[in-house]
Design a protein around this ligand. Structure first.
Ligand SMILES: Cc1cc2nc3c(=O)[nH]c(=O)nc-3n(C[C@H](O)[C@H](O)[C@H](O)COP(=O)(O)O)c2cc1C
Length: 381
């Protein structure tokens, strides 16, 4: 079985090409596109491509160790699954499969507030590998209830996303009717019919929902009600007082996602963050955003080594993982790559994507003669 999976997809690019064939065009474009002219997506890629690593062939090195300790918890590898909203649109039950695979591989899995499975379902599958990503709601009682549910589900890592003060401007989604509420056009139906495995699975599992948010919606909510809720009840702007208020309410690890400047990094740490995710949201929010790699290097040199710094954006290979780790990240997340695994191979893609990253990272480190993750920064020069 494994052997045939490797034949179908030996790398993330293979998974992307498979996904492109197997999921409808509107879903593929929702996943791959950034905002405006896709400049920030390209900038993430270009920044990674421009970073060279320097092997030390004449040094002896044991088999590299890729396990890591992140904020007190031991993980098998320094990478994890980034939160992706509307995950069921890419592949039905994608988040459930990913959560289970992440637990089996012992890597972090971040569930989006807007994923298609609930915190409780994610916790059943990811267990103590679950991190929950919060778009803080405007209604305090809903925010408190979400934090209570997160804690009671056994999740101890809360990721607060701060980089969505306004919805990203994504022309492809507008053209495809993926606005809120979604428009079911003849074109979308035709694209779905051209992808029978996706359509059959979607029919079997139902239209993707915002499962975590369902309890707060009116019981007979239609699409327009959901749209109204998303627009008005999810807080658009996370300012410092909001972050401090969440810190007071949450006794687990607090991680702030969407940091791109040293100033914001210091503010978040001052507000009590245990970890930061340097991210430009995969280029989906600000087309002129600094690439995550450049932001990471600046922030690491400005805040020192006390705070856990994580990063995401444009990761397609184990080489990319090594590049981010060499620039001072303690761990790296990927969004699209894991979703290509789902779109390309369905359930089997969850574990397969993790295995590709593990294998590739291990190989890069062997090639560099780098014994451990913490040693990677030495290979920048
Ligand atoms: C389709 C899609 C949906 C996303 N949804 C969310 C979300 O609900 N919450 C969030 O914090 N980030 C979200 N992100 C951003 C990712 O968590 C992550 O920052 C980004 O995907 C990293 O870039 P990469 O996809 O190139 O790896 C989303 C990204 C994509 C591609």
């Amino acid at each position: 079985m494994r052997r045939s999976l490797n034949h179908q997809a030996a790398c993330i690019e293979d998974l992307r090409m498979l996904a492109k064939r197997r999921i409808p065009k509107f879903a593929y474009e929702y996943l791959t596109n950034g905002c405006n002219s896709n400049q920030a997506v390209s900038a993430n890629r270009q920044a990674l491509d421009a970073l060279y690593l320097h092997p030390r062939y004449l040094t002896s090195c044991e088999t590299p160790e890729i396990s890591c300790n992140l904020m007190g918890q031991q993980y098998a590898a320094p990478f994890g699954v980034a939160p992706v909203g509307l995950s069921g649109l890419i592949w039905p039950r994608a988040s459930e499969y990913q959560a289970r695979a992440a637990h089996q591989a012992n890597i972090p899995f971040i569930l989006s507030s807007l994923a298609s499975i609930s915190i409780e379902q994610a916790a059943e599958n990811a267990k103590d590998n679950l991190w929950f990503q919060l778009y803080p709601p405007t209604v305090d009682e809903i925010c408190e209830d979400l934090l209570r549910r997160t804690w009671e589900a056994g999740c101890r890592h809360l990721v607060v996303t701060i980089d969505v003060p306004s919805p990203g401007y994504r022309p492809a989604d507008i053209r495809n009717g993926l606005s809120v509420p979604p428009k079911i056009s003849a074109r979308n139906l035709w694209q779905s019919m051209c992808c029978p495995a996706w359509s059959l699975n979607t029919l079997r599992n139902g239209v993707p929902q915002f499962a975590t948010m369902e309890p707060y919606l009116p019981s007979d909510a239609n699409l327009a009600d959901v749209a109204h809720y998303i627009r008005n009840t999810l807080k658009k702007v996370v300012d410092l007082p909001t972050l401090k208020a969440i810190r007071k309410m949450w006794q687990g690890k607090l991680i702030v996602k969407g940091i791109l400047t040293a100033d914001d990094a210091k503010r978040a740490i001052g507000a009590g963050a245990d970890g930061l995710i340097i991210s430009n949201h995969g280029g989906r929010q600000l087309d002129a955003a600094i690439p995550s790699l450049h932001a990471l290097a600046k922030i690491r040199s400005s805040i020192g080594s006390d705070t856990s710094l994580m990063v995401d954006g444009g990761v397609e290979t184990g080489v990319d993982l090594a590049r981010y780790l060499a620039n001072g990240a303690n761990a790296v997340f990927a969004g699209r790559a894991f979703m290509y695994g789902m779109g390309g191979l369905g359930e089997a893609g969850a574990t397969h994507t993790i295995e590709i990253f593990q294998r590739e990272l291990q190989q890069v480190m062997e090639q560099l003669r780098c014994p451990a993750i913490a040693d990677l920064p030495r290979f920048l020069k």
